[in-house]
Design a protein around this ligand. Structure first.
Ligand code: ATP
Ligand code: MG
Length: 419
């Protein structure tokens, strides 16, 4: 049998990797709660139609990235490639379309069959937020400000730029689409093979292409701004005003079209130059048609998702772990006292650990390896006197104190707090 290995494009989260990951999630959860968002958890897999229908047949995700399989009952299921469609499905199937607004935060793994590289995996993880109900540009601006606040709380806002675009409404996009087809048709031979196909099926997608030969043609391509109808133009103006009200800086980028079909009006990406071509760390837009796609009433909504792996890579430092207190009993009588002390410290929210064997030297070495802030040494003498020896490993100072004073003394010394 060949050696067992992880599936290509997946990774284990262990040690510092997991700490970074958990910090991103905890931070996003805390910040979105400040905006009144509540966490939802939807299943990892859905009926294939949930994604195939809503994301668009010609989107890269649906046409070549989905993990779709037939289960033993013959149903076609798909591992979720993103969270928004699933949240809208859940909104409808839980009968919540009449209880708007719904402010939803979610986090978890997503699955896309992509070419793995730095910042791009087949199982990756997202944080995401959906503000379902309001159709006003103020809602878009507030959701974007919330995304900005998550980045700021992670300490990476300074290295990230907000790029903003409008996709207009359906009517405006139809006019623009016709202009794009005319423009790119003139350069058909110079387009990548993928984009030649896109030209027929979904020319907007060419603007999102990463192929250099396509990108070379983008500079002179028609821009949607010239095709916006009055309603779309007004939304776009109000959005930019609202962002200013919320104090969010942005640059306009007409090439932001987003990878999925369900967006209208607002599209945005927070981008860093620090991760090469995988520079988009948090992105989203308005999707006023999606809830209706899921069989609900027409319901406006705006949301975003952030890639946890990419955000975790940008963190300045890995979050620290709490330093433990090591308990060291010497002799059988001390063992019972030591276990009692372990229970007491943990009940008092102090991280405490005890090795099961070894002499004093071995146990001291182990305490140092685990980064312990203090050791508590309990020998036969200490048991007899009802005291313990407490050594501060940073200063080397050792004091004898009554066993009952241990928690209080450690708390006063700051033990059990984040380093
Ligand atoms: P990209 O243009 O990088 O492929 P996307 O437009 O497909 O991104 P979205 O569907 O908007 O991405 O997902 C939101 C975020 O999730 C992205 O900005 C990115 O940070 C992250 N993300 C998307 N796909 C992957 C992946 N395969 N591996 C890691 N992170 C990803
Ligand atoms: Mg993609």
């Amino acid at each position: 049998m060949s050696a067992i290995k992880p599936v290509r494009g997946t990774h284990d989260l262990i040690g510092e990797d997991q700490r970074r990951h958990a910090h991103v999630v905890a931070t996003a959860r805390r910040v979105t709660a400040l905006y009144g968002f509540e966490e939802w958890a939807t299943p990892i897999f859905e009926e294939t139609g949930v994604f195939a229908r809503s994301l668009g047949d010609t989107s890269d995700v649906v046409s070549k990235e989905m993990y779709t399989f037939t289960d033993r009952g013959g149903d076609s299921l798909t591992l979720r490639p993103e969270g928004t469609a699933a949240v809208c499905r859940a909104l409808v199937t839980n009968g919540l379309t009449q209880s708007l607004p719904q402010k939803v935060f979610y986090t978890g793994p997503m699955f896309r069959y992509e070419r793995p590289q730095k910042g791009r995996y087949r199982q990756f993880h997202q944080i995401g937020a959906e503000l379902i109900g309001p159709g006003e540009p103020l809602a878009d601006a507030e959701a974007i400000r919330m995304g900005h606040d998550v980045l700021a709380a992670l300490g990476i806002a300074e290295n990230v730029l907000l790029e903003l675009n409008t996709l207009g409404d359906v009517e405006s996009r139809a006019a623009w689409r016709a202009a794009l087809v005319e423009y790119f048709s003139a350069f058909r031979d110079r387009l990548s093979e993928d984009s030649q196909n896109r030209l027929e099926r979904n020319p907007l997608r060419i603007l999102d292409s990463k192929a250099p030969e396509d990108r070379a043609l983008l500079a002179d391509a028609p821009v949607l701004a010239s095709y916006l109808n009055d309603a779309s133009r007004q939304f776009w103006d109000e959005l930019r005003n609202a962002l200013t009200l919320f104090g969010v800086a942005f640059t306009e980028n007409p090439n932001i079209v987003r990878g999925l079909d369900y967006y209208s009006h607002t599209a945005f990406e927070f981008v860093t130059t620090q991760l090469g071509t995988q520079g988009t760390v948090l992105a989203g837009g308005r999707y006023d048609g999606l809830v209706a796609e899921m069989g609900g009433p027409k319901t406006p909504a705006i949301g975003w998702a952030g890639g946890i792996e990419r955000l975790a890579m940008l963190l300045e430092a890995a979050p620290a772990v709490t330093r433990p207190v090591a308990i060291i009993p010497l002799g059988d009588a001390a063992q019972a006292v030591a276990i009692k002390a372990l229970n007491t410290l943990r009940s008092a929210d102090i991280r405490a650990e005890m090795a099961y064997r070894g002499n004093l030297k071995k146990r001291m070495e182990r305490a140092n390896r685990t980064g312990a802030s203090h050791v508590v040494i309990i020998g036969e003498n200490e048991v007899a006197k009802g005291v313990v020896q407490l050594r501060d490993l940073s200063s080397g100072e050792q004091v004898e104190l009554p066993e009952v004073a241990l928690v209080e003394t450690l708390k006063a010394a700051g033990a059990g707090r984040q380093a």
